[in-house]
Structures are given as C-alpha cells and as structure tokens.
Design a protein around this ligand. Sequence first.
Ligand code: GUN
Ligand code: FE
Length: 417
Amino acid sequence: MNLKIIKGHIIYTKEKTQFEVCKDSFIVVNNKKIVGVYKKLPDKYIDVPIIDYGDSIIIPSFIDLHIHAPQYMQMGVGLDLELIDWLNKYTFRSEEKFSDIDYAREVYPHFVKALYDNGTLRSCIFATIHNDSTYVLIEELRKRGLSAYVGKVNMNQNAPDKLIQSTECSIKETREFIESNSFSELIKPIITPRFVPSCSSELLKKLGEISCKYNIPVQTHLSENKKEVEWVKSLFPKNPNYSDVYREYNLYGREKTLMAHSIYLSEAEIEMAKQDNIFLVHCPNSNMNLTSGIMPLTNFLDKGIKVGLGSDVGAGHKIGMQHTITSAIQCSKINHIINENERSLSESEAFYLATKINGSFFGKVGSFEKDYYFDALVINSGDKLINNLTPLEQLQRFLYCGDASNIIDRYLEGQLL
Ligand code: GUN
Ligand code: FE
C-alpha cells in the first residue's frame, strides 16, 4: 500500500445529470488509483498524512480529444476564413516549418507547457508529417509527465509539395514511428490520416492495415464543413457517405476511433457511429471560428452516441478545456434557439463529456469513483470572496472566468506533477 490522502471540496460527475459535490472531504489514493471519497475519514486511515488544500476545489484533470500541436503559434490567426482556405493560406504553411527540427525544438516546449499550465494532462494530438519533429514533441510531453496519444500525420495529396509524401514514404515512416522507442505507458501512437482529401485510397488502405496489425487507434476529421463534404463526395463517388470511406479502409470503428467535428452526418452515418461506438469529437470554438456549423450535440447524446470534446487548437483559439466546456454549452443554447427540438447542454453534462467521456479513451480516467486513476486539478482563485462561494459556484466561476493561474496543483496517476 502506498496511501495518500487529499482534502478539499471535491467535485466530479459520475452521471451526466448532476455534479457530485463533496464539501470538505477526503480522497484516499493508493498508488495510482482512487480507493474512495469520504466526508468522514475512516479510522483505518487515521495515521496516513493528509495533504490539505483548504478552500480549494479538486476536480478530475482535463483531457483534450482533438488538438494540433504544430498549430500552437497559429492560434487566433486567420480565423476569418473557412476551412479549406484556412488550411491553404495559413495552416499548411505553419506545418511546413516543422521540417526543421530546430523549429520544433523552439515551439513544442511552449505548446506542452501550455497543456501543463492549463491542466490538460492527457490529450490526443496531431503532429505533422515529420517524424523527427514529432519525437521532439513526445520528449517534451515525457519531460512534463503528461499522457497523450500522438499521431504522425499522413498526407499524400492536395497540399503543398513540402507537406506531402509519397504513399511508400508515408507508410514507411508511419511504421518507423510506431515501432520507435519513444513510446511508454503514458504516451502512445495513434494512426492519423489528416482527412480524406489528404489521402489517396491506397494510403488509406495501408493505414487501415497498420492500425489492424498493431491494434492502434485512429484519429481524423469527419464532415466538418459543407464544401469539404462535397469534395469528399467528388473524390469517392462510389461510397455512400464520408464515414463509409474510412470504414471501407478499416479506419473506422475497430479498437478506438476519434472522428473530429462530425457536423453534417446523414441518418446512415449517425446509425454507423452508434453501432460502431466511435467517439465523435465536438470542437465548438473551431466550428464557430471557421464558420463550419453547429453539431447537433444533444440530439446525438440522446440517441446514445458517444461524443467527447476537443479544443481543436489552432482552429480553436484556447488551450484550456474550460473554454471548450463553456463554448459547447453556449453553442448548444444558440442551437436550441434556432431549432427548438434540440435541447441545450447542461453544465454537468458538458463537464461530464470533458472529463468522464474524454477520459474513457484512456481507460478508467476522468472521474473520482473507486479504481479510477487519480488524475486531478486543485483549483484556488486566491481570492477570499470567490473562496466564500459554494464549491459548485467556485467551479462555475472557474469554468467561465478562470485561467491557468487558478490551477495550483496537478496530479496524474496519483503523482503530483
Ligand atoms: N481538416 C483537415 N485538416 C484540418 C485541420 O488542421 N484543422 C481542422 N479544424 N480541420 C481540418
Ligand atoms: Fe482538427
């Protein structure tokens, strides 16, 4: 036994319908995992030292299911464009720079520090096509003690020459990447075709084979923008829909799959997402910035589809997941005004998506129930007036008005980072 006891106002969401709020309570942690949350500490733990955080709130740490590391310097820039122009005018240019490993050494430490500072202790990251720069990213994550799935991006068409590889090269480097010794229990590879227009059918097919052979999950983009959907239709006229292209090549549904955006899904695609139990990843800030559209989030949730949340930095402009949580709520309220038959998202539900649903991609992560990994953020505004609010009000205040400076401690798998 390697016991630790943490005390404060403990808040988490076991169910999406309500917050569990435990004022002045104790979390008992054994090694990496939670033993229990107690209002009164059981006698058997009386001799274990207590880390007392006083008025602070303690919440599950954040998980981001969709973020682009090389776009960190691009956050907030060029957001008046829509997806395809934004990719061509800004994004591909910023990603090309990572052919230079020294540029990666300059930028990636800042990106990883921003994840750490903002309490995003686990994430699913798109890097670029460049393996050497991606190893720099992985090393920075390791140094900070963060957990992630990291993808070398695959592209062999419809981008500037500097950002595409031949099919053979893209596959060879994907194999080298997943077989490299950069990975660990905390940092794992993920197969990352950028999106259908960036990949020929041959490349998609080979990536699907690698994903099956090595049992590695997949992340990509799906149905984000109407013009993109039309483009995919023209590239793959024989497939009935966008999702079916991924499914045909074994990049959909097996093991674990993350489909970012998923705004314009047909009824058949919605049924497919449910059947195959994939994660759709809602990225509200990105969708508003690039005028992409509004995902019918609550309709998806009410149909039993699994939806997580992503910042989609740099089309999203904020790393802190509290901003994605509140934007998801605001976006759903606007959607409810426009479409009365779609309800808005509650606060507890949005928090549940960002913690327990997002966490489920990593295993028993994102809640304070027994046997979950103890991944947590300790939040204190340092302001007496705010600390006099109820614990739930303190959380609401942090979600809507807080920033990284309010996070005073971070725990991942029981370890203080
Ligand atoms: N679709 C293809 N690539 C990208 C990207 O980098 N960001 C977003 N938001 N959508 C994409
Ligand atoms: Fe994205």
